[in-house]
Design a protein around this ligand. Structure first.
Ligand code: UDX
Length: 437
């Protein structure tokens, strides 16, 4: 099929390459000429395992092109809207101006039987409004909503073999044809066994919001338990293992630590709360403010723990911060707990040397005063204390004996609960973690 993808950020670039990989002919559009040039040369402007490979092969096949000229989308049957919906500058609400602009730019180039497929995460009600916008422009193209659930670090796999496909389609004359077009574009994925949930526009929008709210709640739940565990001498990891065996609960997303960050979960729960307030239903999701508060408290907990474990005076310590990305296999530092911990320690007066295998460039853009090292060993050299804030495999696999030889004092705060306490203590370390004795 001929398809277009509007927006070449995380979501759009991966989606465009994945659609071409599935055999479709893809024209991908972005207003950022530098981004378009980099992608057209096969160089993603962000770190994502597997993306360079499918990008190169799709470009080489001639099925994938990048452009800044929106008029080139004419002739495509499906148009995926994959632009960002960041948090507004002045509130928790989502800023949907990029989605509005994408639809307005697209409208003059739409054919009457085209299908516009929204993928961006939007406040419930947005799709209906956009459908009306298309209709009042005189176009008879159909708008559907097909939210994206990809995780950074697994974006290619999640796009090609997602857990489910959700098709939000408004009832009406074009519903059948729109559904057929979606089934056709995802034919290979559906044939591989991916379940399809076909529903209305509002439900499709809400599925995404609800999924992220649930995941965020799960993480904050276990972090709240880690606070209780810490005060009572209990072990939050063993607690998570034990409750996780209950298949109704499940073990995934029950890892206590410094909390969630990134470009999705934090802003999506805030946007959900803001939208619920607009609907006069703020109390229905009031718990999400608590989820947010628990999450942000973890960052403070880690900062305070580092200072306390190093003797209580931040101004006299050198701290090795291991990790800056919001999670491993990513160079994303948006709302990163790791970067906030580094910043908090600097603000408290500590000498901080940070290292991350992929995220130092993006981190320095946001926090230019941060001192970074060339590798973990350099960061650890003569440090009074280390704090592991992003669980990159190379940090998890560190040998405590080697680390001890580098540091001034053998002290480590494991803010992701990923190290073996016994091994680190056996090597002479003062070891502490989040909710484990
Ligand atoms: C998330 C959703 O998982 C994805 O479906 C949606 O499309 C976008 O938002 P992502 O932001 O890539 O994806 O990261 P995810 O793997 O969900 O992790 C989010 C954050 O939670 C990370 O900071 C991670 O470190 C943290 N986390 C995750 C925990 O602290 N504990 C856990 O048990 C799991």
């Amino acid at each position: 099929m001929r398809v277009s993808v509007i927006g070449c950020g995380y979501l759009g670039a991966v989606h465009a390459a994945a659609m071409a990989d599935l055999g479709h002919e893809v024209i991908a559009v972005d207003v950022d000429a530098d981004k378009v040039a980099a992608l057209a040369a096969g160089n993603p402007p962000f770190f994502e395992p597997g993306l360079p490979e499918i990008l190169s092969s799709s470009l080489a096949s001639g099925r994938l092109r990048f452009t800044t000229d929106i008029s080139e989308v004419a002739g495509a049957r499906l148009h995926f809207i994959a632009v960002g919906t960041p948090q507004s500058n002045d509130s928790g609400a989502a800023d949907v101006s990029f989605v509005n602009a994408a639809i307005d730019a697209l409208i003059p180039h739409l054919g009457d039987t085209d299908v516009v497929v929204g993928k961006s995460t939007v406040p419930v009600g947005t799709a209906q409004r956009l459908a009306e916008r298309i209709l009042t422009s005189g176009s008879s193209a159909t708008l559907v909503w097909n939210p994206e659930f990809l995780r950074e670090g697994f974006a290619v796999k999640d796009t090609l073999s997602p857990d489910r496909l959700v098709f939000g389609i408004a009832p009406g004359a074009h519903a059948k044809q729109a559904s057929a077009a979606l089934h056709e574009v995802y034919a290979a994925t559906i044939a591989a066994g991916t379940p399809v949930v076909e529903t209305d526009l509002a439900t499709a929008e809400l599925v995404k919001t609800a999924a992220n709210a649930f995941l965020a709640t799960k993480i904050s739940f276990i972090n709240a338990m880690s606070e209780i565990a810490e005060a009572t001498g209990a072990n939050v990891t063993e607690l998570a293992d034990a409750i996780g065996y209950d298949t109704r609960i499940g073990r995934r997303f029950l890892n206590a630590g410094v909390g969630f960050g990134g470009g999705c979960l934090p802003k999506d729960i805030r946007a959900f709360s803001a939208r619920a307030e607009e609907l006069g239903l703020g109390s229905s999701v009031a718990f999400l403010s608590e989820v947010d508060a628990i999450n942000l408290r973890q960052r403070e907990r880690v900062i305070n723990r580092v200072i306390a474990d190093a003797g209580g005076d931040a101004t006299s310590i050198k701290v090795a911060v291991l990790g800056l990305a919001f999670k491993p296999q990513s160079d994303d530092v948006r709302d990163s707990p790791a970067l906030d911990v580094a910043r908090g320690l600097v603000d408290a007066g500590a000498v901080v040397v940070a290292y991350d295998p992929e995220a130092m460039g993006p981190a320095l853009k946001r926090f230019p005063e941060l001192t970074v090292a060339q590798n973990a060993q350099q960061a650890l050299l003569d440090a009074d204390i280390a704090v592991l804030v992003t669980e990159w495999p190379e940090f998890v696999d560190l040998d405590p004996r080697n680390v001890g030889d580098l540091m001034k004092h053998k002290r480590i705060v494991d803010a992701r609960n990923v190290l073996d306490p016994a091994a680190w203590r056996a090597a002479g370390f003062h070891y502490s973690s989040m909710g484990r004795p």
